[in-house]
Design a protein around this ligand. Structure first.
Ligand SMILES: [Zn+2]
Length: 328
């Protein structure tokens, strides 16, 4: 073969190869791009009776047309999604730029800590103990102030409540119970129980029990403080609850003077005392701010009447009047 012949055949081979390559690329495009499918669709629509693979094509063409439509729809949906994301990003960036501050990060929800039950500290008992008692309440003006001081010193007290006041100030009664204090009965409206018919005594006590139970989530009073400390023989014989009197009268109702009430306690207090006060007087609530820290510093635990009795191994008996919490 001459050199000329050789080069001529080499050129023909190159042309064939290039031509095959181009047709392959066209074929590739035709199979995989939307644009080419569209142009094929146009051919199918041209009505020239095109056949594919020698078979009449109407059913197959329709299927392919539907497939092409689906692809086109998917493609346009993708384009819309991309545009939406782009718009959101642009909006966020413009916000960041406009006022020079960063867009607030999505707040991460603070995980709610699982609350372990607070262990109730068992304070070491002090050498002595007394029961602070408050009559004639609840009082909207003073009782909460007294509770706040008691709480601060981990002290408890006993509130001998009047039924018709509980009816009005149920929330305060609830706070007394929540503070770990004791609630006792002081009758419905403060009569001398020793001077009224027995049926009325029963009504006074039942009505008060019921209102305290109702307002105090079922709370049951275990003690009675008869108004004025007035006790009849009938009461001693028939009552099922113990009657709680006092060993130290602060005379707070008489002096209405915080300093005098405090001095009275400083001078007279002793172990096992049941101390009489009234939470309807602002002077008493004021005195408590000094009384409670002083008693705490001087070796006194402040307990409810029931707690004081329990500490000293003393049991309640129905119809019995107690004046202090000391062991008999
Ligand atoms: Zn009273």
């Amino acid at each position: 073969m001459s050199r000329y012949e050789y080069e001529k055949r080499a050129r023909q081979r190159r042309r064939r190869r290039n031509s095959q390559k181009r047709s392959f690329e066209r074929g590739y495009d035709a199979r995989y791009t939307v644009e080419s499918n569209r142009s094929r669709s146009r051919n199918y629509n041209s009505g020239r009776g095109r056949r594919i693979g020698g078979v009449p094509t109407s059913g197959r063409v329709q299927r392919m047309r539907r497939a092409n439509m689906r692809r086109a729809l998917i493609a346009s949906a993708a384009v819309v999604a991309v545009l939406a994301i782009f718009a959101v990003v642009v909006f966020a960036l413009s916000k960041m730029g406009s006022n020079g501050t960063k867009v607030a990060a999505t707040p991460v929800p603070t995980p709610v800590p699982t609350v372990a039950p607070t262990p109730v500290p068992t304070p070491t008992p002090k050498p002595k103990a007394v029961a602070l008692t408050f009559d004639d309440g609840p009082s909207r003006d003073n009782t909460e102030n007294i509770l706040a001081v008691l709480k601060q010193y981990n002290a408890h007290a006993t509130f001998f409540v009047v039924g018709n006041r509980v009816e009005v100030d149920a929330d305060i009664l609830q706070h007394e119970i929540e503070a770990g204090c004791e609630v006792g009965s002081h009758s419905w409206n403060h009569p001398q129980l020793s001077k009224i018919p027995w049926s009325k005594v029963k009504k006074q006590l039942n009505d008060t029990s019921n209102i305290v139970k109702k307002c105090g989530n079922g709370y049951e009073m275990k003690t009675l403080r008869p108004p004025y400390g007035a006790i009849s023989e009938k009461m001693r014989n028939r009552l099922k609850v113990p009657m709680i009197l006092w060993s130290l009268d602060t005379l707070d109702w008489k002096s209405r003077n915080a300093k005098k009430v405090f001095n009275n306690i400083k001078k007279n207090v002793k172990d096992g005392d049941i101390i009489l006060m009234h939470d309807i007087h602002a002077s008493t609530a004021e005195a408590i701010k000094k009384i409670v820290p002083w008693l705490s510093e001087h070796g006194y635990d402040m307990l409810t009447v029931s707690e004081l009795f329990e500490r000293n191994g003393k049991k309640f008996k129905g119809g019995v009047a107690y004046t202090d919490g000391l062991t008999e």
